[in-house]
Design a protein around this ligand. Structure first.
Ligand SMILES: [Mn+2]
Length: 485
């Protein structure tokens, strides 16, 4: 009984391990370029080879040498008959196999070819601008793309930091010249324990200087694909309601200019004025995807609209119904019960960390998209850094153990951003508790990954055309829905 059951389980496990190791042997044989037709697990079919020169889209690829019948995306190349080389280990003359890989199933290979398609016009413009504003480099410097005064991205340790050293837009009337705008919201009088998120925008901007605009595995260069600026900070007033009014006006200015707003918090109370600044410019319901350990749905906290309350008030906005609010990562011992009651009566959707662990990040993202987009015209994304395990985000007001791991939450963010967003916020970074800027770095990364996803999905900026098959490891989208900017 019990024994027999565990026995059959064991057998299954063994089989899986075996197939993984034969695949690994196979890979190793390829990587080393040795007699890989003999390698265990290699599905060599005598006389049948793949040849790069016979098939687009990788004419210079050293050859993906054999069929992958199980390829999930469909294999783009046809096998080529080579009856004269029908013996194992006999490759055609002049046909070495240095690096054999399949770009359609390996991100590392796909991205290498994608990079070539990204262009470099933006980079050249930036070099020209830096030299025009910062003088040519001293004559002894061979690399003439370097300027004398540091302007732009390089060196990463120099300069006055905007978000990823994007252009600082001093005159906000000109924001419509851009496609996305970063707005600092240094506001923390909504905190109920540790304050300090008023320095969140500064902290995020400082560490964001580490980043370039290119991401290998996503195959994207934001410098080439997105016009992004930093409009600086909202003048936050030390009064909750007046502060909210300033924030809503600033966000509305950017959104109504047709620009994607990215808010750097600030505490989570800004979620309400942020949505209030966007919703009037959306022609229909707005869904909200909220990633957090905390529900933040109570009406007041200590008699005010604190950072425990944004979604109560946001879902009172006529076109931001609570049934389109989905909350991911909820749990722990920092959950005031009044907010739970509101969620129950208004019909919000909550997935706990345990839920997400049980059903998986991909399924959780599907649920989030279904709920947020149901009958909606646009979706807003709110990311609280305290949704991660407190070990990764000490620099926050209410750290809680047991939250997301960074890789999990980054994947979740990318998946929920795929259908498009009308704006996003990253909140609760408090630099004074943030050794080595690690929490601010998570915040930066979240923004970068979301924005790059929007670009890659054709929802923001301009995605360079491609001749490549779709990137691997990207779950299939449900056909024909949810495609609003
Ligand atoms: Mn929170």
């Amino acid at each position: 009984m019990g024994f027999g059951h565990s026995h059959s389980k064991k057998r299954k496990l063994v089989r899986r391990v075996r197939s993984a190791s034969s695949a690994a042997q196979h890979d190793l044989a390829h990587t080393e370029g040795k007699d890989h037709h003999e390698a265990a697990g290699h599905q060599f079919q005598p006389g049948r080879h793949h040849h790069a020169e016979h098939g687009q889209p990788f004419p210079d690829l050293p050859s993906s040498h054999h069929p992958h019948p199980d390829h999930p995306m469909g294999y783009p190349w046809k096998p080529v008959e080579h009856p004269e080389h029908d013996k194992s280990g006999k490759a055609p003359a002049g046909h070495p196999h240095p690096e054999v890989f399949d770009p359609a199933i390996r991100q590392g290979a796909w991205a290498k070819y994608r990079e070539e398609e990204l262009g470099s016009k933006g980079w050249q413009n930036e070099v020209d601008r830096c030299i025009a504003h910062g003088l040519e480099a001293a004559p002894s410097i061979k690399d003439r793309s370097i300027s004398c005064f540091a302007r732009g991205e390089l060196p990463h340790f120099a300069g006055i930091n905007t978000f990823i050293k994007s252009h600082y837009l001093e005159d906000v009337h000109k924001v419509s010249q851009y496609e996305a705008a970063v707005i600092g919201v240094p506001f923390d009088i909504g905190t109920t324990y540790r304050s300090g998120t008023r320095f969140g925008p500064q902290g995020i901007r400082r560490i964001s200087a580490l980043y370039g605009t290119y991401n290998y595995e996503m195959g994207v260069d934001l410098r080439e694909s997105l016009k992004i600026c930093d409009v600086g900070d909202v003048f936050a007033i030390a009064n909750i309601e007046k502060g909210f009014d300033q924030i809503s006006k600033a966000v509305a200015h950017v959104r109504s200019s047709g620009v994607f707003p990215i808010m750097l918090g600030g505490d989570h109370s800004i979620g309400y004025p942020n949505v209030r600044g966007i919703a009037p410019y959306i022609d229909g319901p707005v869904g909200i995807i909220h990633i957090d350990r905390h529900v933040d749905t109570q009406e007041t906290d200590m008699d005010e609209r604190m950072h425990t309350t944004p979604w109560f008030h946001a879902t009172n906005i006529p076109n931001a119904p609570a049934v389109n609010l989905v909350q991911l990562g909820i749990g722990g011992w920092q959950a005031p019960r009044p907010g739970v009651k509101v969620g129950r009566s208004r019909g919000t959707t909550v997935l706990t960390i345990d839920d997400i662990e049980n059903i998986g990040v991909e399924k959780a993202a599907e649920i989030a998209l279904d709920v947020a987009w149901k009958g909606a015209k646009a979706v807003y994304l709110s990311f609280d850094v305290d949704s991660l395990d407190s070990g990764f985000v000490p620099g926050t007001g209410w750290p809680e153990p047991g939250g997301f791991l960074p890789r999990e939450v980054l994947k979740l963010l990318k998946l929920v951003a795929r259908e498009g967003l009308c704006g996003m916020e990253v909140v609760e970074v408090a630099p004074s508790y943030d050794p080595s800027d690690m929490t601010a770095l998570v915040a930066t990364r979240a923004i970068m990954d979301v924005v790059a996803t929007l670009v890659n999905e054709g929802k923001l900026g301009h995605k360079p055309p491609t001749k490549l098959p779709p990137p691997p490891y990207w779950p299939k989208r449900k056909p024909g829905k949810r495609s609003k900017k």
